[in-house]
Design a protein around this ligand. Structure first.
Ligand SMILES: Cc1cc2nc3c(=O)[nH]c(=O)nc-3n(C[C@H](O)[C@H](O)[C@H](O)COP(=O)(O)O)c2cc1C
Length: 387
């Protein structure tokens, strides 16, 4: 039994959080994690408000243990989502990057535990000043949108800087990692890629096999997807994206954005707004809506190339129109792989840790194995100290 400020704060058995993953961490994965003694998080950025309501209800029906909802504070309906979380008595709300002070206050007043994702010390200090209950700090080896500071340096820096519990993320997969995180002063770990690769994750099996086959050099961080550094599994499509240049790229982005607009019902203005928000780093990942249609993922032209070219730039944001359009497109590309099982056409966010993972345990098996290994690891360390 390892008790930490995180297990105490949230009332969970083990200091292990399943990180939010758009199109991946819905009710099934979140409830399986919570039932196994960890904290499951529903990723809501890729859900409409109504879908989130259904997901909360389904998760609560699957588990009596605490679970959480991950949301974007810059979503147009963020306040409604917060009201839904409160009304549904969800125990934990976690923010995908920059939270808003008034949202934290409303959640805390209602007794909801608040957690913010941070990638740098100054962000952790800022949200701690706003009264956040805990932070998830993610190092550069993590999957999805990442910074460049490795976990082994970021976590000791942030735990020294703030008094709230720090949950370490980026590259964790086993009990040794959990013990290392505790040694750095963290209160637990959050894992994305490791939970994606469980039998409880809804990702199509063919896609899981691609993750399992990846080596430690099997991921790449690129800004070519949506203008901000994004760690994804390396595929032929991604290589094209990273390597390509030329005027055709903007045309391709525009064509794909037009297809996405048709499917999502978003206006051009809203797409540009979302693309810009993503680029500013205020938002994370999926900007689209679930159920926006199945086509659009398999259309010609989803194999995208370069995003922005010189001369097409928007001077005010520093973001090219190609990047704005790509940012708006990102959910379609993620959905193609994660939901439709078309990795050839889509994008797969992934941590470097995919290169060390070789199996697909259930969440319960995974968490038990991590805790057992953490125990052995602590014994080993203690023994070497007394010898
Ligand atoms: C497939 C995938 C999808 C993700 N989607 C989201 C998301 O929707 N929102 C979010 O805040 N983070 C998202 N992330 C990042 C994770 O929450 C977490 O920070 C990351 O997976 C931690 O690194 P690890 O994969 O090495 O464990 C995603 C990560 C992956 C692998």
């Amino acid at each position: 039994m390892i008790r930490t400020p995180l297990t105490e704060l949230v009332g969970i058995r083990y200091p292990i959080v399943q990180a939010a993953m758009g199109y991946v961490s819905g009710p099934r994965l979140a409830a399986a994690t919570s039932n196994a003694g960890g904290l499951g998080l529903i990723a809501s950025a890729t859900m409409s408000l109504a879908e989130l309501g259904d997901a909360i209800e389904e998760t609560a029906g699957r588990t009596a243990a605490p679970f959480g909802v991950n949301l974007r504070a810059d979503a147009p309906d963020a306040a409604e989502r917060v009201r839904l979380i409160i009304a549904s008595r969800v125990p934990v709300a976690s923010f995908a990057l920059a939270p808003r002070r008034e949202l934290i206050a409303a959640l805390k007043e209602a007794g909801v535990v608040t957690i913010a994702s941070v990638g740098a010390r100054r962000h952790a200090e800022k949200v701690a000043g706003w009264g956040i209950d805990a932070v998830i700090a993610t190092g550069g080896e993590g999957g999805g949108h990442v910074g460049s500071v490795p976990t082994s340096l970021l976590i000791p820096q942030i735990t020294a800087a703030v008094d709230v519990p720090v949950i370490a993320a980026g590259g964790f997969f086993d009990g040794r990692g959990l013990v290392a995180a505790l040694a750095w002063g963290a209160a637990g770990v959050a894992m994305g890629t490791r939970f994606l690769l469980t039998s409880d994750s809804p990702v199509p099996d063919a896609v899981k096999q691609l993750y399992l086959a990846a080596g430690l050099d099997g991921t790449v961080v690129t800004t070519r997807v949506d203008g901000v550094p994004h760690r994804v599994l390396r595929t032929r499509m991604v290589d094209h994206l990273v390597g390509a240049r030329g005027v055709g790229a903007l045309v391709r982005s525009a064509r794909n954005a037009a297809a996405f607009r048709g499917l999502s019902g978003l206006s051009w203005a809203e797409m540009v707004r979302q693309g810009q928000a993503l680029h500013r780093g205020t938002g994370q990942r999926g900007t689209g809506r679930r159920g926006t249609g199945r086509r659009g993922t398999g259309q010609r032209g989803t194999g995208q190339r370069g995003t922005g070219q010189r001369g097409t730039g928007q001077r005010d944001t520093g973001l090219t129109w190609g990047q704005v359009l790509m940012a708006a497109n990102t959910p379609v590309l993620l959905r193609a792989a994660m939901v439709d099982g078309r990795p050839d056409l889509g994008l797969m966010s992934s941590g470097q840790v995919a290169g060390l993972i070789e199996d697909l345990p259930s969440c319960a098996e995974l968490i038990e194995a991590i805790m057992a290994e953490a125990d052995r690891c602590l014994d080993r360390v203690t023994k070497s100290r007394s010898e």
